[in-house]
Design a protein around this ligand. Structure first.
Ligand SMILES: Cc1cc2nc3c(=O)[nH]c(=O)nc-3n(C[C@H](O)[C@H](O)[C@H](O)COP(=O)(O)O)c2cc1C
Length: 207
């Protein structure tokens, strides 16, 4: 596999995983490296990648995920968590994040102010901080899936779950983090179905 397009063609939402095949620690680390390297608006990195390897945990989780077999038959499930509580304008974490850039104090102050203005005028009137962080989590989701595919590993992104129930089962302190999306990883048990996509000309407009 030598191009990104090859990996994107290989990737499909895998419904039937081979329960006998497990991802190696090396491949898992590569996939997690891709997640970590993903961009987050303003560099906030307000996410966490909760790797569910234990069959017991995934067995408990499955009923809260529409009983989807991918949860138990895959090798690993990654719960991508959003951390909205720490990115509200004025939160000390925001200042710390800009501080990490090592800029002069006035530039850091200007960034903090620009962030506050952007959040208050553009983001918060339209969506919650959870939704904003979740948008960034989906970038990591895409990179996880594409990187997995480049390694010959299958994936299934999953929004089909009851958020509150999943958070309870995973004992997530929802004052600090909330589940944005899940992704199952492993190896396909059957061939992928033919791809369905709208024609390019209906999706792309060049001006
Ligand atoms: C955010 C997201 C959530 C999804 N949730 C589920 C899910 O819970 N279960 C499932 O089987 N497929 C799920 N899918 C898979 C989509 O149905 C699938 O990607 C789409 O039909 C296109 O098929 P393809 O990925 O095989 O090209 C999800 C996809 C995305 C992007």
């Amino acid at each position: 596999m030598n191009t990104v397009i090859d990996a994107l063609n290989f990737r499909h939402a895998c419904k039937k995983f081979d329960p006998a095949r497990k991802i190696t620690a090396t491949d898992l680390n590569t996939i997690l490296a891709a997640a970590r390297l993903s961009p987050f608006s303003f560099g906030m990195e307000a996410w966490k990648f909760l790797v569910l390897q234990s069959p017991d945990i995934r067995e408990k989780l499955r009923p809260a995920c529409w009983d989807q077999a991918q949860v138990t038959d895959s090798s690993h499930v990654i719960a991508i968590l959003a951390r909205p509580a720490q990115v509200g304008p004025g939160h000390s974490y925001v200042a710390e994040s800009f501080g990490r850039r090592g800029l002069p104090e006035d530039a850091t102050t200007a960034y903090i102010e620009k962030y506050r203005h952007h959040m208050e005028t553009e983001v918060l009137p339209r969506m919650s901080l959870y939704a904003w962080c979740s948008k960034q989590c989906y970038i990591a989701l895409a990179n996880i899936m594409t990187t997995a595919a480049s390694l010959g590993i299958d994936s299934c992104p999953m929004e089909g779950f009851e958020k509150d129930r999943v958070e309870q089962i995973l004992e997530i302190d929802t004052r600090k983090a909330e589940v944005a999306v899940l992704v199952a990883l492993g190896y396909r048990a059957v061939q992928q179905p033919p791809r369905r996509r709208h024609p390019m000309e209906t999706l792309v407009e060049i001006r």
